[in-house]
Design a protein around this ligand. Structure first.
Ligand SMILES: [Mg+2]
Length: 285
């Protein structure tokens, strides 16, 4: 019997698919993102706060009557998220259709798309592109005393190492909708061959240092005897900070341009690779 194989392409969100959504949200409310991140959030991080919890606290500090963000609700975040659809980077969303097309040429194979983000999930879910194209979204969640009331609490924080937890959830086949109800299920042992999407069938795409634990996890395979998948770092060429981090040496400029020009093609080839591996595996079985 030939078993079907599901491939997962897992994306970070901010600065990978769109410009940083939290900064865009702050800007829309008259808050200078540079001051927010480099002064307000930095002061908390310097005081020992986890960076994710620090930025979420500063969101609350700026919310409420007479404050720049006003009475913040999940609906307000989601409404803002719907404005992001015009801001996705070049090549998105057609890359998803193109990748589905490539995979459809392989027998018994399909591809799913996921977002694992340290940004605010309500903003991300406000995007129609996200709703149309993605099979699962994991981000930070805020809550109020009622479902549509002002936000006061952190319901779920996704820090950079916490991101790996959701990659494991995808790997073990725990439905995204069940995650909040069954938070311990991810730690239950499950042999690699029985997992829904194995690590060699995964591609992780992210932009920054916070994605490195996921890069390591996906590429390393976490003990899967078939090995690991692939990881890609992407960046916005207009942003000097990324240029300097990823390509500090100007002599690498031609390489940088090649990668930029061919980013979508690199993804295509990347996707073909695990598809081949998965096909040869299912032939063996
Ligand atoms: Mg990012």
């Amino acid at each position: 019997m030939v078993s079907s194989t599901t491939l997962a392409v897992i994306f970070d969100f901010d600065d990978t698919l769109v410009p940083d959504s939290t900064s865009e949200f702050l800007k829309a409310h008259g808050i200078d993102p540079e001051h927010f991140w480099l002064t307000e959030v930095k002061a908390l991080v310097d005081d020992g706060y986890d960076p994710t919890l620090a930025y979420l606290k500063r969101i609350f500090d700026n919310s409420g009557d007479g404050k720049p963000l006003g009475q913040l609700t999940n609906k307000a975040l989601s409404d803002f998220g719907s404005t992001l659809d015009s801001k996705f980077f070049h090549g998105i969303p057609q890359v998803f259709e193109d990748l589905r097309d490539i995979v459809s040429k392989f027998r018994d194979m399909k591809v799913e798309f996921y977002i694992v983000s340290g940004g605010l999930e309500s903003i991300i879910r406000g995007s129609q592109i996200v709703n149309d194209q993605f099979d699962g979204v994991y981000g930070c969640q805020l809550a109020g005393d009622t479902s549509d009331g002002p936000l006061r609490y952190i319901k779920r924080a996704i820090t950079f190492t916490e991101k790996t937890r959701y990659v494991f959830e995808i790997n073990k086949g725990i439905p995204a909708a069940d995650v909040l109800k069954t938070p311990y299920l991810v730690n239950r042992s499950k042999p690699h061959p029985e997992r829904r999407i194995r690590f060699p069938d995964m591609i992780y795409v992210g932009d920054g240092l916070t994605d490195i634990p996921c890069f390591s996890l996906v590429m390393g395979g976490a003990g899967d005897p078939e090995g690991g998948g692939l990881a890609f770092a992407v960046f916005d060429r207009r942003n000097k900070r990324f240029k300097n981090t990823l390509f500090p040496d100007e002599s690498l400029a031609p390489t940088r341009q090649t990668i930029q020009r061919n980013a979508r093609w690199v993804l295509f080839f990347a996707l073909l690779w695990p598809a081949d591996v998965a096909q040869s595996r299912s032939k063996k079985n």
